[in-house]
Design a protein around this ligand. Structure first.
Ligand code: 13P
Ligand code: SF4
Length: 308
């Protein structure tokens, strides 16, 4: 059966039968967002995963997000409709890399972006998302008085945090998101010329030259909140194009400009309605995290969901 309406209804019926909650990231295909119980950014979905009373979590997103759900809710069954959907940035820092980096900088706290593997999280002091990286680092600096922090894997988010919390020296890992790092300041300037008066919202995974000229630097869910509050009527959206569906639903009277049709995360698009149905029907794509890794990662992830 491939009729989208019938598939949607079948997924909702299966979710009820299996006592499952369906979580979808804001970059998922529109029809996958629409079938979910909750959509959101990494922080919001982690909080949903930690708080849910459902027995099964179906995670429509990328691998590190489902792993994070399993770390927070080890007694739940976590299923991914497409377990091969990874995040290239997360793969840019291995646990061995981080262990060596940490050993070379004894006593320096390790702050890790949630876009990382469970094994990397297990070697981390505190995790952050794009929504709370600045708040978490500020909190860490106030709590420990540290003058230095190791931050990975995203060099661009590290730059944004360093700029926002100048009292600490942030040593950044050389990782990046291929989808966001590709954007140039010139593209933003061209879009501004075509849409004078529009507000530019950029994700902090973009390069410093882009973040520098944005009107607001926000996580995906913060962009949704921001457009509802702002008096602007038009917005240039500098993040993955899946968010445009959520923005149009949240603020139907406003205009949203996709900076470039190239801002697509291919991994996010691997999940389809059919795969969501199959995983619920067959209980396939189960995500496991080894007990030792999960236990070691828990504290860093729990701090992330509780701060900011
Ligand atoms: P958000 O947490 O802002 O939704 O971002 C996740 C992500 O992977 C951005 O590329
Ligand atoms: Fe990873 Fe970038 Fe895709 Fe986000 S958009 S999941 S950071 S590759």
């Amino acid at each position: 059966m491939s009729d989208p309406v019938a598939l949607h209804d079948e997924i909702r019926a299966l979710a009820a039968q299996r006592d499952a909650v369906v979580l979808a990231h804001n970059y998922q295909r529109p029809e996958v967002q629409d079938v979910a119980d909750f959509t959101g950014d990494s922080l919001g979905l982690s909080r949903q995963a930690a708080a849910t009373e459902a027995s099964v979590i179906v995670f429509a997103g990328v691998h590190f997000m489902a792993e994070t759900a399993k770390i927070l809710s080890p007694d739940k069954t976590v299923l991914m409709p497409e377990p091969r959907a990874g995040c290239p940035m997360a793969d840019m820092m291995s646990a061995e890399d981080l262990a060596a980096w940490r050993d070379a900088n004894p006593g320096v706290p390790v702050v890790t972006y949630v876009n990382s593997t469970a094994a990397v999280k297990a070697l981390t002091d505190v995790c952050v998302t794009s929504a709370n990286a600045v708040a978490v680092v500020r909190h860490l600096v106030e709590e420990t008085g540290t003058a230095r922090i190791l931050f990975g894997p995203d060099r661009n988010l590290a730059w944004w945090v360093a700029r926002s919390v100048p009292e600490v020296d942030i040593v950044a890992w050389e990782g990046w998101c291929p989808t966001h790092d590709d954007v140039t300041a010139q593209q933003v300037l061209d879009a501004r010329e075509l849409h004078p008066g529009a507000e530019v919202m950029a994700h902090p995974e973009c390069r410093p030259e882009v973040v520098d000229i944005a009107d607001a630097v926000l996580s995906t869910s913060q962009m949704l909140d921001h457009t509802a509050r702002s008096s602007a009527e038009e917005f240039i959206v500098v993040t993955e194009e899946g968010l445009l569906h959520a923005l149009a639903k949240a603020a139907p009277g406003k205009r949203f400009v996709n900076l470039t049709p190239r801002m697509i995360c291919p991994n996010m698009k691997l999940t389809t309605l059919q795969k969501v149905r199959d995983c619920l029907r067959d209980s396939s794509g189960e995500i496991e995290v080894a007990k030792d890794t999960r236990r070691a990662a828990y504290a860093a992830v729990e701090r992330m969901v509780s701060i900011g």
